[in-house]
Design a protein around this ligand. Structure first.
Ligand code: KG4
Ligand code: ZN
Length: 349
């Protein structure tokens, strides 16, 4: 049995969780978790303000960890390791979480796991679904990333595609802002889209049909801006038509990436945007087309959380990894360091 305390603070959620990696089902794996969202603090600015985020992490993290341990009826000495996001993300917040993990690891004489936030997302489907085996094809879609990866094992990723400009979550957030839906935007766009006609407006589908599998959302974002600023369209139709265009891009690009792979155990989606029900349905269809199982974690495990960090830490510990107490916080940290930068991108990974 391995009990891992996980800490997440790379963006605007402060989170702590205790995961028992040896439990057979998701239900029994997460012993306790707390997530403090900073949505209210950032809402007036329409996006995450790094300084406000870092300060909020400082204020909230220690009591949150204490509450998580108390909920589980455990204390630091019961933990087998301490895992924290060490990047990529907003550096101030990452440092708060990582330095806290280092202090706990030192005080409790426990191994430290400096976890790549993207690896947390990438392995979260294995936390949710004990039957998911390596290797699998992963679409990782979040606020900062849009990638297709071949997940071969812990720490072993091959990037097949990435965005050449914006991340998918960014496109959702921008559309929400244009429609006055506020922050965070993705869930609000999804909700409004349910009342609209996805075929009302013919938005562009950037790169659809191109030979490589890369993504692009900048042109779609500009087209939404033009339509909204032009006025006269029903906001629900704009949301639905935008979402449909985004889904068509995602499915087409992922199909190309899948075409270059064999021996995959499943098509998997993770990251904040994977909480979107319409995207999940479309990807399920794509998986079926390829005779693959489709796996998506429950929505609450798609958006940022500490259980996925604890889980990734547990997988790393089991694979024989541990990190020194001087492990660095990294604002950028690609999962596949051999992947070549693509035009205009790589900026965020
Ligand atoms: O993984 P995540 O929580 O944080 C990052 O690591 O970026 O992803 C956040 C992103 C945001 O852009 C948010 O708008 C988007 O995921 N998102 C959604 C939905 N829920 C969250 N996008 C579309 N539909 C949703 N239901
Ligand atoms: Zn994330």
């Amino acid at each position: 049995m391995a009990l891992i305390l996980g800490i997440e603070s790379s963006c605007d959620e402060t989170a702590a969780a205790i995961v028992d990696t040896s439990a057979p089902t998701l239900e029994h794996r997460i012993l306790a978790q707390h997530i403090a969202s900073q949505d209210e603090a950032h809402r007036p600015y329409g996006g995450v303000v790094p300084e406000i985020a870092a300060r909020a992490h400082v204020e909230k993290l220690a009591p949150l960890i204490a509450a998580t341990l108390a909920d589980a009826g455990l204390d630091l000495s019961d933990m087998d390791a301490i895992a924290a996001t060490a990047g990529p993300g907003l550096i101030g917040g990452v440092m708060v979480g990582l330095v806290t993990a280092k202090a706990l690891a030192m005080a409790g004489d426990k191994p430290l796991l400096a976890v790549n936030h993207l690896e947390g997302h990438a392995l979260s489907p294995r936390l949710a679904d004990p039957a998911l085996a390596y290797p699998y094809c992963l679409l990782l879609v979040s606020g900062g990333h849009c990638q297709v990866l071949e997940v071969r094992g812990v720490g072993d990723y091959r990037r097949l595609a990435t965005t050449i400009d914006d991340a998918l979550g960014e496109a959702f957030d921008k559309t929400a802002k244009l429609l006055g839906l506020g922050y965070p935007g993705g869930p609000a766009v999804e909700k409004l889209a349910r009342q609209g006609n996805p075929r009302a407006i013919r938005f562009p589908r950037p790169l659809v049909g191109s030979g490589d599998a890369n993504f692009s959302f900048a042109g779609l974002k500009s087209a939404v801006a033009r339509i909204v600023q032009g006025g006269g369209e029903d906001p629900a139709d704009v949301a639905a038509s935008f979402q449909q265009a985004a889904i068509d891009c995602v499915v087409d690009r992922t199909r190309i990436a899948l075409g270059g792979l064999s021996g995959m155990s499943a098509l998997v989606v993770a990251g904040g945007v994977a909480a979107n029900a319409a995207i999940r349905v479309a990807l399920e269809g794509l998986a079926a087309e390829h005779g693959l199982r489709f796996v998506a974690p429950p929505p609450a495990l798609c958006t940022d959380n500490a259980a996925m960090i604890a889980w990734a830490g547990g997988e790393r510990l089991a694979a024989g990894y541990a990190d020194p107490l001087d492990a660095m916080a990294r604002p950028r940290w690609p999962l596949d360091p051999t992947a070549e930068a693509v035009r205009g991108a790589g900026v965020k990974a």
